[in-house]
Design a protein around this ligand. Structure first.
Ligand code: ADP
Ligand code: 5GP
Length: 200
């Protein structure tokens, strides 16, 4: 069996990462989602262990000290991190693990896991981004402003990524990401053992 790989999806707040990831997981049974730990408070409707592991600062610091994250960062005003064990186990089992993380985290993953695939999700325009963050109705005016400001900083890192996908028509965006996954799965470097069996 070939190993799985990490699929990192980043993009500014409100561009549709959460929406896209949810649909990708519904449509593709071979994908698994890495549930991050965060010190952010749950939004209405968010579930512990499904959207995030909601933890306090002390527990977050302990996890950092115990080397339990493959990456972590302060994003906007809270801490977020990717728990290590789940992700590494899933890769060993041959699964593709989606990491919906910010650019700082993506850069850490790029250093430690060069086989990972990096996709940057873009809104069709910055005005539409503002509409989406506001329309979601989950953040205060102050939080919306911080997220919108940060969007411009995050966009500067797009050149660190392998692919970009514009999330205008959601179905089109999903199909593009699925095409990227198909191509990445077929890469020779991911199938040394299978290829060696065929070509001794
Ligand atoms: P993120 O996870 O990147 O912060 P969300 O997935 O929460 O973004 O999406 C932000 C808002 O934009 C939500 O209200 C969502 O329903 C909406 N949205 C997502 N994708 C699209 C799209 N392609 N067209 C229009 N609205 C969208
Ligand atoms: P939100 O609060 O909207 O759920 O997420 C805020 C930002 O944190 C988003 O850009 C999201 O991708 C990022 N994020 C979520 N989980 C992680 C994580 O584990 N690590 C890092 N570095 N960023 C994360």
């Amino acid at each position: 069996m070939s190993k799985g790989f990490l699929l990192v999806i980043s993009g500014p707040s409100g561009c549709g990462k959460g929406t896209i990831c949810k649909e990708l997981l519904k449509r593709n049974k071979e994908l698994v989602f890495s549930v991050s730990a965060t010190t952010r408070k749950p939004r209405k409707g968010e579930k512990e262990g499904v959207n995030y592991f909601f933890i306090d600062n002390k527990k977050f610091e302990d996890m950092v000290k115990n080397n339990q994250f493959i990456e972590y960062a302060k994003v906007h005003t809270n801490y977020y991190g990717t728990p290590k064990k789940f992700v590494l186990d899933q890769i060993d089992e041959g699964n593709i693990v989606i990491l919906e993380i910010d650019v700082q985290g993506a850069l850490q993953v790029k250093k430690a896991y060069p086989e990972a695939v990096f996709i940057f999700l873009l809104p069709p325009s910055m005005d539409e981004l503002k509409n989406r963050i506001t329309g979601r109705g989950t953040e205060s005016k102050e939080d919306i402003d911080i997220r919108y400001e940060n969007a411009f900083k995050e966009l500067k890192f797009i050149h660190e990524y392998d692919y970009f996908v514009i999330n205008d028509d959601i179905i089109k965006a999903l199909e593009e990401i699925e095409s990227i996954i198909i191509a990445e799965k077929a890469k020779v470097k991911r199938h040394k053992t299978i290829i060696e069996k065929i070509i001794p």
